[in-house]
Design a protein around this ligand. Structure first.
Ligand SMILES: NC(=O)c1ccc[n+]([C@@H]2O[C@H](COP(=O)([O-])OP(=O)(O)OC[C@H]3O[C@@H](n4cnc5c(N)ncnc54)[C@H](O)[C@@H]3O)[C@@H](O)[C@H]2O)c1
Length: 320
């Protein structure tokens, strides 16, 4: 792909900052919109342009007029399932109205003669709800259990509508559990599991496991997800919706044991009651992404966790 002007929302976050690095490395001009609600400035490569802004703000339209992006990647989101249950309107503000605002900016840019060639959107396995079968493929029924999953799903539908009505090309990537360097534990109870475990194991204490620990997730390394986004910008045309997962289930017990091994913690994990909202098993079938984008995960779990642990140690307090 020749160098392009790319606007990326959520570029100061965990996944976004890795994608910014990959896009800059490939020679693109990158402009980031982020309100720093969960992301941080130090994640962001200084070669990227930065606009501290709410993605739902009317000012986004002026930014589009000035920067004239040819491609857009939309990652800015309220990412906590628990927070979405407590404050659904807050989730809707970013995940629904923010997405709609962004799509409207793309539509108006085309009217001004500066069309956006494609929007790549990161959705979540939360759109599927409780799986009826595993690994989940893209034709699986979508019955989200939370406002987060519901708003992601409606955002996907909006992308589809804008493609049909206004010819705005898009590609949706539905991610499994992403992990890797720069992922920080959140203050909420449903923070991502890898940094939540590391926050304790890194201090020599056993991690906390909810329920019997035999619940499973599909862990995909952040650089693999960033690479999928780059491929989707290049080739993900026609409104494709693609799962990004390894197709492998890993139990939380096994995850704890791998991380405890890296951290040298021998004590057994602490057990807490199961959380009712937790899905029992999950993993995504990534065959369609392999066919359409030529994408396959390259970094296996043990390798990815070792890299994450290395970063965690080097980051010190910045990682907490
Ligand atoms: N991490 C995962 O396992 C995972 C799985 C599936 C999907 N996703 C999706 O990937 C995307 C990135 O998630 P992440 O894990 O990097 O989380 P993150 O919290 O690190 O990144 C989200 C970024 O969006 C920014 N943001 C939030 N609200 C905003 C707003 N109103 N205006 C502008 N910026 C705003 C935050 O400051 C942050 O930098 C999200 O869309 C998320 O739903 C993540």
């Amino acid at each position: 792909m020749p160098p392009r002007a790319i606007l990326l929302t959520g570029g100061c976050g965990f996944i976004g900052s890795h994608l910014v690095d990959a896009l800059l490395e490939a020679g693109h001009r990158v402009v980031v919109v982020d309100d720093l609600s969960t992301g941080c400035r130090e994640n962001l490569n200084p070669q990227a342009g930065f606009f501290p802004m709410d993605v739902a703000s009317p000012a986004l339209s002026r930014l589009f007029a000035r920067e004239r992006p040819e491609l857009v990647v939309h990652l800015a989101a309220q990412v906590s399932v628990t927070r979405s249950l407590r404050r659904p309107a807050l989730d809707a503000h970013t995940n629904l109205l923010g997405t709609l605002n962004l799509l409207e900016c793309c539509r108006r840019a085309a009217l001004r003669g500066h069309p956006v060639r494609r929007v790549v959107f990161l959705s979540s396995a939360a759109v599927y709800g409780e799986p009826a079968y595993l690994p989940i493929d893209e034709s699986h029924l979508r019955r989200p259990h939370s406002p987060y999953g519901l708003h992601k799903r409606v955002a996907e539908e909006y992308l589809s509508l804008y493609r049909q009505r206004y010819g705005l090309d898009s590609c949706t990537l539905i991610c499994a559990n992403v992990y890797g360097p720069r992922q920080r534990p959140s203050a909420g109870v449903d923070g991502a599991v890898v940094p939540s475990l590391l926050a304790r194991l890194g201090r020599g204490r056993p991690g906390v496991i909810y329920g019997d620990g035999e619940q499973t997730r599909d862990f995909v390394y952040v650089e693999d997800v960033a690479r999928a986004c780059v491929l989707a910008l290049e080739r993900g045309s026609g409104g494709a919706t693609l799962n990004l997962g390894t197709g492998r289930e890993t139990s939380i017990n096994r995850l704890h044991s791998l991380l405890a091994g890296l951290a040298g913690v021998r004590a057994a994990p602490l057990r807490r009651p199961a959380r009712p909202a937790d899905i029992r098993r999950s993993c995504l079938n990534g065959r369609r992404a392999a066919e359409l984008l030529g994408w396959e995960p390259r970094v296996g779990l043990e390798e990815g966790l070792a890299r994450t642990w290395e970063w965690w140690q080097a980051a010190g307090d910045r990682g907490r």
